[in-house]
Structures are given as C-alpha cells and as structure tokens.
Write a protein that binds this ligand. Structure first.
Ligand code: UDP
Length: 460
C-alpha cells in the first residue's frame, strides 16, 4: 500500500528559490515541469513575498519560510551582507521547521531543491537525510568563471586585458562578471556567487537553467570536473512544448502588472516595429542615463514599449514623453513573455539578465544589450559574439551610454542588414530552445532521468 502511494507521487520536492523575481521564475517553472512528470513539489517563498503578492502557482504547492525580514523583506536589511547573514541564520532554522512539519504529513519531503545562492540549504537537507538538488539560475559560462575563481585557478585582480579559460571564448576583462572586472564592488554578492561552490560536490543533483546546445562547450568542460545537467529554458510550457497543462505564465509577480494596456497597444503596431526596453527587476539608472535612454529611443524613430518602475518614472524628462505619446508607452512592469511573443516586437533593449536573455532567444527576438552589473556583462558578450543575436552598447568616457549610441544600436538591430542576420540567428536559437525541452530533447532527458531516479528511490 505504502509503495503504491509513493509510486504515485514519486517523492516530494521542497523548492527554495532566492527571493527575487529572476530566481523565483525559473524555480517555479521547473517545479511545474516536475509535477507534470509525477513528482509533488512545494515552493517555499518568504513570509514577506507571501504576504505582499498573490501567487498563482497552479499545480505547485506554496508554503513559506522566514528570511528574518518578514515585514519588509530585503528592503528592511541594513546591507546586502546583513540580509544574507540573517537569511542563512533564520532561513536554516525555518527550513528545518518546514521539513519537520511535512514529516508528520501524508507527503514527507524527500528532496530539497535550493537556489545555488543558498548553499546552506544543502547542509539542512543532509542533516535530515534528504536528497539535495542545487539549482543554478545563471549561465553555465558564468558559473564556470565563478567555479574557476573559487578554486583559485584565476587570481584576482586580473591585470591582463584578456582572460583565457578552457571551454570559453577568449574574454576581455569587461566581459567578465562585474564583480571581477570592477574588482572590489559588491563584496557580499561576490562572496555569495563564489560560495555557490563551497559544497556543490555534495549535492546529489546540479541543475542549470540553460540548454545544452546553447553552451555545449562550457557545459562539457565544466561537467568533467563539476557535474551538471542543463534543464532549461524553463519558460512556460505553452511557449515551448505545450505538454504541461495550463502552464502559460510565470505565476508570481513581485510587481503590479497591467497586461491589457500594453498588449492592446502592441496589437495596434506593425509587425517587427517595436523596441521593447526593459532592464529586469533590480536595475536603476541615474537621471542622466534615463534621459539618454529616452532621447535615444526617441531618436531611433521606432515605436517603443519601456518598462520603468513607478518610483523611477520621475527621472524621465517629461518633454520627451509628451512629444512621444504617439510612439512610446511607458509602463511600470510588463507581462514580459506575452510582450516578447507579440509579433510587433522587433528588438529587445535589455540589461542582459539571464532570464531575459534566454526568453529573447526562446522567442527569436534580437537584442540590444546594456549590461549593468553581475553576470550581465558576460551574457552580453555571448549575445553579441557567440550567438550573434544582438549588439552590446558602448559606454562613453563619462560612464554613460549616450543617446547616439542607443539610437545607432537600435537602428542596427531593427532596421539594418546586420539586424536581419541577427533575427535569423535568433530564430535558429528559438528552434533549438524548443527542441531541448520537447520530448527526447537534451533538457527533457535530464529532467526524465531525475524524475525516474526519484521515483525509483522510493519504490525500491
Ligand atoms: N520581467 C517581467 N516584466 C518586466 C521585466 C521583467 O515579467 O517588466 C521578468 C522577466 O520575464 C524575467 C525576470 O522578470 O523572467 C527578470 O529576470 P532577469 O534575469 O532578466 O533579470 P533580473 O531581474 O534578475 O535582473
């Protein structure tokens, strides 16, 4: 009787995402995929996120843990270091309490799947004799660079202008993640990304939200010394293979989204005519940079849909917005997948966050990338020089990306001959992304293998 029950659900995965939009989306999506293949999953979000959003997680259960900042989340912490330290301290205990709660239920937790940013979750999993699955939300290339540094194979600061790492194309210093090329910046975050590798060798599974053909060389090189499985892209199944029922959107928005306004606006625009400008959930710009973006978009003479958080909108010069009411629409937050899949979109002007990059590739949309920090610089290098699906903006001597540069980059992608080539390449990646998650694809096989091992473990 017991065996039949466990066979039916095959184990219960407790998924622990790092509490930001770009980390919750892929983890929640991956959970949906696992449920569709027979596992039970519960996503543990923080008390703050639970009380400030309305998750629509569909087939994935939701529960909560504490990061030690239940009222205001990250914004209540004095510093990044203080947030991370308290999260580890309170979060470890809270995670253990959650495991104990389910021990008494019909579906005890069998595996902890945790964001690689939180290696302490593996220690908790092992303390309770559970399977530990580490989930990386950044590119294999970026993970490998951090792995290299963590293991002392590359000494910082780097004095040469070029960096050679086996499995990666030759990188200029500015292509390295920002914590490395501007050595000394964001020390707490830098420590966190290196710490991803402190105990990863003890994890039973290591997943990366990427797909094999996109990063074959580095995935192969890294796998030999630090095993990994590519399982992405984790976009809703509706856009990829349509095998997970009702999986049409990311189910947890940390920001308020008004879909109909922007989709109606997009539907009224000609095919391939709109620049979608969005820089993820964390980037902010100073007044001068905002003015240059606004002026650059205007000068490109294209339609533009620009995501600017309400709190930042006062930085946009009113004159430019008024003069462009016909051409441009500024919104607080977008349903990004619906936007990128809309025929009107011809170019994605992006910060190069990993999710945004993979989403653009999965929809075949060429990019202008304006990287800000963390892994975005490395992603931008790949977008421009490896996958040839976009251009990276040049920063001027004042540290600003000027309006002429923005105009030129947008025109190149949207109107030029080079842009046509980029579009063609992007469409090729779109097909390969789908192929990876479809039945028998590289990501699908990796997911199947994990699921069948989980199920087998409980039946045996
Ligand atoms: N996103 C969205 N609406 C927006 C901007 C972003 O839904 O207006 C989503 C986007 O689809 C992606 C995530 O938020 O899945 C952002 O992740 P990314 O890694 O691109 O950037 P981050 O926010 O981590 O810098």
């Amino acid at each position: 009787m017991e065996v039949i029950k466990t066979k039916k659900y095959g184990g219960h995965i407790l998924a622990l995402p790092y509490p930001s939009q770009g980390h919750i989306n892929p983890m929640l999506q991956f959970c949906k995929r696992l449920v569709s293949k027979g596992l039970k999953t519960t996503l543990a979000i923080t008390n703050f996120i639970s009380s400030s959003t309305r998750p629509n997680s569909g087939i994935v259960g939701i529960d909560t843990i504490s990061d030690g900042f239940d009222k205001g989340g990250y914004a209540d912490a004095d510093s990044v270091a203080a947030y991370l330290e308290r999260f580890e301290q309170i979060g470890s205990k809270s995670l253990a309490d959650l495991i104990k709660k389910y021990e008494r239920s019909e579906f005890p937790i069998t595996c902890i799947m945790y964001d690689a940013f939180m290696p302490w979750a593996l220690d908790v999993a092992k303390k309770y004799g559970l399977i530990g699955a580490c989930f990386f939300t950044q590119a294999c290339a970026v993970n490998y660079i951090y792995y290299y540094i963590h293991h002392g194979k590359l000494t910082l600061p780097i004095s040469s202008t070029n960096v050679k790492i086996s499995g990666l194309p030759e990188l200029e210093l500015r292509d390295m993640p920002s914590f490395i090329y501007v050595h000394g910046t964001y020390p707490a975050y830098f420590e966190m990304v290196l710490n991803q590798f402190t105990n990863v060798d003890k994890a039973d599974y290591v997943f990366v939200n990427s797909f094999y053909k996109l990063e074959a060389e580095v995935a192969d090189t890294m796998s030999k010394i630090s095993p990994l499985s590519t399982i992405g892209p984790t976009l809703p199944s509706f856009y990829m293979d349509n095998r997970v029922e009702n999986d049409i959107e990311y189910g947890l928005n940390l920001f308020h989204v008004d879909s109909s306004t922007c989709i109606n606006w997009l539907n009224s625009k000609p095919e391939g005519s709109v620049v979608y400008a969005a820089f993820g959930s964390m980037s902010t710009f100073d007044d001068k940079q905002m003015e240059e973006i606004a002026a650059g978009l205007k000068a490109s003479s294209s339609y533009f849909l620009w995501v600017v958080k309400t709190s930042e909108q006062s930085k946009i010069p009113k004159k430019i917005i008024d003069e462009n009411s016909e051409k441009g629409l500024v919104i607080n937050w977008s349903p990004q997948l619906q936007v990128l899949s809309n025929k009107a979109i011809g170019c994605f002007f992006s910060h190069g966050g990993w999710n945004s990059t993979v989403e653009a590739l999965s929809f075949g949309v060429p990019m202008v990338v304006m990287p800000q920090w963390t892994d975005q610089t490395t992603n931008a290098k790949f977008v421009q020089d490896v996958w040839s699906v976009g251009v990276r903006v040049k920063v001027n001597e004042n540290g600003i990306v000027g309006r002429e540069e923005i105009e030129e980059c947008v025109r190149t992608v949207l109107q030029g001959e080079e842009g046509k080539e980029m579009k063609k390449n992007a469409l090729k990646w779109k097909d390969l992304a789908k192929e990876a998650v479809q039945e028998g694809g590289t990501s699908d096989k990796n997911v199947e293998e994990f699921v069948s091992k989980c199920i087998k473990q409980f039946v045996d």
